[in-house]
Write a protein that binds this ligand. Sequence first.
Ligand code: COA
Length: 138
Amino acid sequence: MLIYENKLTAQEFVCLTESVGWGCPDLKQIEIALKNTIYSISVEMDGKIIGMGRIIGDGARIFYIQDLVIHPYYQNRGIGSKIMEYLLSYVDKLPLINCSIMVGLMSAKGKECFYERFGFKKRPNESQGNGMILNIIK
Ligand SMILES: CC(C)(COP(=O)(O)OP(=O)(O)OC[C@H]1O[C@@H](n2cnc3c(N)ncnc32)[C@H](O)[C@@H]1OP(=O)(O)O)[C@@H](O)C(=O)NCCC(=O)NCCS
């Protein structure tokens, strides 16, 4: 298994989203999205990219984990967890002290337990309301 930092391409991204049934996003849109990504991980096995994950955010206070995807053939082998470790380690190593940092994500339905293992808490809870989204179709 080879793990790459900040090498994820739009083509690899689209192949992976297609592999898990998330459809085929526009390649140009993904190129822009990856250019504006803070940190990405891609994983190669058997000569091809089979997993990815990325961090977006403001680089200091707020980060979001996005697009954690493992090709179905390679799931349940610990690769998603390995990518999570890399993503969280990136935030952990930021040269910031005495700061509060929030790392958020939108869990796919049924994947909450996977993220809870890394310390993420479900919303709503006693002190926080629902996460909310607005989808815009252009
Ligand atoms: C969610 C996702 C990224 C997890 O990736 P993964 O590589 O399968 O994750 P892991 O293998 O690290 O962990 C998955 C499960 O396998 C188990 N596992 C980990 N290593 C294992 C191993 N060596 N052998 C067997 N099982 C293992 C884990 O305990 C975990 O159990 P869980 O299903 O109860 O959480 C993957 O299922 C995926 O891409 N899904 C489709 C896209 C998606 O929904 N992405 C999440 C968006 S929020």
